[in-house]
Design a protein around this ligand. Structure first.
Ligand code: AMP
Length: 431
């Protein structure tokens, strides 16, 4: 096939048309989006939608050129005006760009935003890792106290709970404020210097660019070397320590189970103080379902006000995959209220009129146009999970009456064709 879908991407389709993974069903995506929107309403977060491409510099500056996301995975292109553009690989930098550019913090210094949309990273595709994937994320600004850390972690944990996810682990850490972080960086470098030659190539590069990221390494030798490395917790100053202790106390109060994971630093450069990730037990190697942290200096770094901020992003594919892996409930897909079956040519026109009458009243109506085999039509009505079936043939036309069949009970009621729309409307409003 010449026009095959690009590697690392997939189509989201109505469930009954899917030939492979059930998490690609559009009704499941709609359900997830609905739960997210309700959750954001409950916590007071409002939606932001930014362009899917931005100037490349935004990500270089906002995410950091030492990160894999920026140095290896970006979809860059030059537009016709010879500007360097990038398909957004993450959501935080664009949101901060929007806040800084439009001075949104002058309108609301405690702005709380959420986003849902596609993101792009050129990486080796594998289960749970795509080149176009979808994230739900939030960003909360203006508050440096630990109450906001709780709110952000609780919101993510509550999302997973509302969706019925089980066996989640909240991995929690702090990377300290800027001065603690600097002290720890120096100590880590001092510790790693005698082992430098044995480090992986990636870690060697990170050693100069961002040594904390070496802690993220999946390389076995790196991890062996790191087993005796100093812990960030020994370098925290009073402010960072107190902040972290408050976060853990609040999490305990809200009964959110967490594990302190001293090596967790997260991939991006901009984090300070609290960082966290939530993992799922059914995802295999790519088991992080969502993660985030504080990034107090980022807005200023992108030309905005110096406001503290915290947020997270969670992968929507991985949420749906976990839900399916754990047999979490999904609502039944939408079904028609009335399934109208014209038997033959002559009742067709009346059935078309009736169908549009009902649809224009906002009543989900399906018109069956695939022939006049009644049994086949009724089994289609059954498969569509319609509430009622309505069969109109020559006899019904002649008598001016028709039978409405309730699919579940098989009960039928006879109505005059002249008042049928009104009768169906009454049933619809009583449902
Ligand atoms: P990050 O922005 O890297 O912290 O990612 C946040 C979340 O987005 C991860 O925990 C994943 O659930 C999801 N994610 C990141 N990259 C990908 C990808 N390439 N494919 C699918 N999901 C991803």
């Amino acid at each position: 096939m010449n026009y095959a879908i690009p590697k690392g991407t997939y189509d989201i389709l109505p469930g009954h048309l899917l030939r492979d993974d059930p998490w690609k069903a559009s009704e499941k995506w709609q359900y997830l989006e609905k739960v997210i929107r309700n959750l954001c309403r409950d916590y007071g977060y409002l939606e932001i939608r930014t362009p899917i491409f931005e100037r490349t510099d935004l990500f270089v500056r906002g995410v950091g050129d030492a990160t894999d996301v920026v140095s290896k995975e970006m979809y860059n292109f030059q537009d016709k005006g010879k500007r360097q553009m990038t398909l957004r690989p993450e959501g935080t930098a664009p949101v901060m760009r929007s806040i800084a550019e439009k001075h949104l913090d002058q309108i609301d210094s405690h702005v709380k935003l959420f986003y849902i949309g596609p993101y792009f990273r050129y990486d080796r595709p594998q289960a749970g890792r795509y080149r176009q994937f979808h994230q739900f994320g939030i960003e909360a600004l203006g508050e440096s106290s630990s109450e906001l850390d709780l709110e952000v972690i609780d919101l993510l944990y509550t999302l997973y709970q509302r969706l019925g996810l089980k066996n989640l682990k909240v991995l929690l850490n702090t990377v300290g404020n800027a001065s603690s972080r600097e002290k720890y960086k120096t100590a880590l470098k001092t510790y790693l210097t005698p082992h430098f030659d044995q480090l992986s190539e990636d870690s060697k590069t990170r050693f100069t660019q961002n040594p904390l990221r070496i802690l993220d390494s999946k390389n076995a030798k790196d991890q062996e070397i790191l087993s005796n490395a100093p812990s960030v917790h020994d370098f925290l100053d009073e402010e960072s320590k107190e902040h972290f202790e408050n976060v853990t106390r609040y999490l305990q109060k809200q009964k959110i189970p967490y594990e302190i994971t001293p090596k967790l630093v997260r991939g991006l450069d901009y984090y300070n103080k609290t960082v966290f990730e939530i993992t799922s037990d059914v995802l295999g190697a790519q088991n992080t379902i969502g993660g985030g942290g504080r990034f107090d200096g980022l807005l200023k770094n992108l030309g905005g006000t110096d406001l503290p901020a915290i947020g997270f992003a969670t992968g929507m594919e991985r949420i749906l995959q976990t839900m399916i892996g754990q047999d979490c409930p999904f609502p039944k897909p939408n079904a028609p209220f009335v399934f109208i079956i014209p038997l033959g040519e002559s009742p067709k026109e009346l059935c078309v009129d009736l169908t549009y009458n009902l649809r224009h009243m906002g009543i989900p109506t399906h018109l069956y146009l695939r022939g006049k085999k009644i049994n086949k039509a009724l089994s289609q009505a059954e498969a569509s999970r319609a509430t009622f079936a309505l069969i109109i043939g020559e006899d019904e036309l002649k008598n001016g009456m028709a039978q409405l069949k309730e699919m579940q009970t098989r009960n039928t009621t006879t109505f005059s064709l002249s008042t049928l729309s009104q009768e169906i409307e009454k049933l619809w409003s009583k449902r």
